[in-house]
Design a protein around this ligand. Structure first.
Ligand code: BES
Ligand code: ZN
Ligand code: ZN
Length: 501
């Protein structure tokens, strides 16, 4: 999709679909809308009335264009309230534009520069948000289909009223392309069935990202034997039930010149979670190819570095394995010793993510990072608490929490803080070992999972854990621009966080 921003008159633009934005309760009697309505001989305001169009985000009107307009259709799309998170509404409206274009068979769009008359408007930022949503909405995963329909949007022209806005937008448009390339990497990885997206395949993907990086990204892959030598018995205990070889993946990005900080990004990489011997019911197992979405997000972020070139040394760490039941599988009641020497009683083999992360986090700590961030599809309890579209963040460092919350909000990725409530640590005390992998009580499962992970973080180490079990995989559409399947959640937030650090 070619996206450009030029100064012009939207009503004189030539494209298959022309898109106009209308705010909530915008006055149909204002100069511009009156003019447009006249071109339509009053049909537009009539249609708005009959369809109860109020300019809310997601609302839209479609009209066949009259002769005066050089397009086939005109789409009027709601921009919502000017005061509540305008960038998020602009993303939503851009998604509606792409969806509508596809439905009508349109390949080229001309759209108003949404938000241009807004108080908080910044051309680069809004150009970025619009582009991100356009590209995200145009995504389709059809590698497993014999018959595919090409309904890609070929060109979008954003029409600015002010020439300076048009020039400034270019920078945002370029950045958006880079970020969404990373998001797409993550989505493809999550959408690929577990039969093909094995730990080995994840490792190969990491190697490819390194190959494409002109030397700035290096990767080390440890096989089962090498992990044994490093004392990663927690990770290996989950891998022992599977026929697939586990892979411990360590990517390192080094900037030109001296690194300002060292950062470790850790992603849960369970390529399929059957539950193991504590096997899942069929319904819950259905989407468990998504259990490597944390790893996918880390790889997606690394895929952006050749172009974003952050000034930090960044490590990507993934303990990749399947979680399968078999004669060799770990049993409920077994005890394993993690790399940091702590012992774990495995009381439920379906709480496997935290056990693999025990070693991944211990390993990350040895790199002496300033900050560790892990992303994991860790608990169903987080989805119960926050629903499908919001991730939960837990951290031992309020400044880090605020930074991540603000980056997430900037990127319209929904995130909410959950407490690292130390009083619940008693719920994961084990009679047999240092800690057990599930809580003695049914409630607060995300919090005890977070507390479990904290056992593998050294004192004083700044760390945040983001539970993405809900938003990593959309079982239904999330609004207008995120379709069903892998969402690439976390890539946008992390790229933004690195940008602002
Ligand atoms: N991978 C799941 C968590 C999950 C649930 C991810 C829904 C995405 C969507 C995790 O390994 C798991 O099975 N957690 C258990 C923990 C329980 C056994 C304490 C859960 O949440 O049910
Ligand atoms: Zn599980
Ligand atoms: Zn899992």
């Amino acid at each position: 999709m070619e996206i450009t921003c030029i100064k012009g008159d939207i009503l004189q633009s030539k494209a298959d679909l022309v898109v106009i934005g209308v705010y909530k309760d915008e006055d149909w009697g204002n100069e511009f809308l009156t003019h447009v309505n006249e071109i339509f001989k009053g049909r537009m305001s009539k249609l708005a009335k009959s369809q109860d169009f109020k300019g809310l985000p997601g609302q839209s009107l479609i009209l066949a264009a009259p002769e005066e307009i050089l397009s086939e259709y005109v789409l009027v799309v709601g921009l919502g309230d000017k005061t509540t998170d305008p960038k998020s509404s602009v993303r939503e409206a851009s998604g509606v534009a792409v969806q509508t274009a596809k439905r009508l068979g349109c390949r080229t769009l001309a759209m108003e520069f949404f938000g241009e008359d807004d108080e908080t408007f910044d051309a680069a930022e809004f150009g970025r948000a619009i582009t991100e949503a356009l590209l995200t909405a145009d995504y389709k995963f059809d590698s497993y289909k014999n018959e595919t329909i090409d309904d890609k949007i070929t060109a979008v022209t954003i029409i600015a009223e002010d020439g300076r806005d048009a020039r400034k937008a270019e920078k945002g448009i370029e950045l958006a392309h880079t970020v969404i390339d990373g998001v797409t990497v993550a989505r493809d990885l999550v959408n690929t069935p577990a039969r093909d997206m094995t730990p080995t395949r994840l490792a190969e993907t990491a190697e490819n990202i390194a190959k494409m990086s002109n030397g700035s990204v290096k990767v080390k892959i440890y096989d089962r034997e090498q992990c044994e030598k490093k004392g990663m018995n927690a990770f290996l205990s989950i891998a022992q039930g599977s026929e697939e070889e586990p892979k411990f993946i360590h990517l390192t990005y080094k900037p030109d010149g001296k690194a300002k900080k060292v950062i470790a990004l850790v992603g849960k990489g369970v390529t399929f979670d059957s539950g193991g011997l504590s096997i899942k019911p069929a319904d819950y197992m259905m989407t468990m190819k998504c259990d490597m979405a944390g790893a996918a997000a880390v790889l997606g972020v690394f895929a952006t570095f050749t172009r974003t070139q952050p000034k930090f040394e960044i490590h990507g760490i993934i303990a990749a394995t399947e979680n399968m039941p078999s004669g060799k599988a770990i049993r409920p009641g077994d005890v394993v010793r993690a790399m940091n020497k702590k012992t774990i009683e495995i009381t439920n083999t379906d709480a496997e993510g935290r056990v693999t992360l025990a070693d991944a986090l211990s390993y990350a700590g040895k790199l002496n990072p300033d900050t560790i961030i892990d992303l994991a599809t860790l608990t169903g309890a987080c989805v119960v608490a926050l629903g499908e579209e919001i991730s939960g963040i837990m951290s031992n460092n309020p400044e880090l929490t605020n930074q991540l919350l603000s980056s997430a909000s900037y990127m319209s990725e929904n995130m909410w803080e959950l407490p690292l409530f130390q009083n619940y640590a008693k719920l994961i005390k084990s009679d047999l070992a240092d800690v057990k992998n599930i809580s003695s009580v049914r409630y607060g499962g995300s919090l005890t999972a977070g507390l479990f992970l904290q056992n593998f973080i050294e004192d004083g180490q700044a760390w945040a854990h983001i539970d993405i079990a809900g938003p990593a995989y959309a079982e239904r559409e999330f609004g207008s621009y995120i379709s069903k399947g892998g969402t690439g959640y976390g890539v946008r937030t992390l790229v933004r966080w690195l940008e602002t650090l």
